[in-house]
Design a protein around this ligand. Structure first.
Ligand code: SF4
Length: 113
């Protein structure tokens, strides 16, 4: 895990929780997030801890969750568990006329995903 912030207003619509996952092997030219490349860097956390952050953000009116990096798809099982859990929580504080959205940034092409 590289970082987490709430609220962020630039990586998707509205006020968002943003999670930057650690580790990326794609090495895109001009990458601005080289500090997230080393899969052994960052800090260890759990899907449960991240879902607690999401729950807290929803309680404070978050409009969505953005998962970035790093390359989120480099940790497919953990990412799937995170998104499954996040989707299950997003109605919890629901009476705002719509549900919070989930957004994942990736460096892969659609055919590679
Ligand atoms: S996918 Fe993102 S973090 Fe990885 S090299 Fe490309 S721009 Fe950088």
């Amino acid at each position: 895990m590289a970082d987490a912030h709430f609220p962020v207003a630039t990586l998707g619509p509205g006020r968002r929780l943003v999670l930057w996952l650690q580790g990326c092997a794609l090495a895109c030219p001009g990458c601005m997030s080289r500090h997230t490349w080393d899969a052994a860097g960052g800090y260890a956390t759990t899907v449960g801890d991240l879902l607690r952050l999401w729950d807290e953000a929803l309680a404070e009116g978050a409009d969505g969750l953005t998962v970035s990096g790093g390359e989120p798809l480099a940790q497919p099982a953990a990412l799937a568990a995170l998104l499954r859990g996040a989707a299950g929580l997003r109605h919890r504080y629901g009476d705002r006329g719509r549900e919070a959205d989930l957004l994942v940034y990736t460096g892969y092409e659609p055919g590679e995903v």
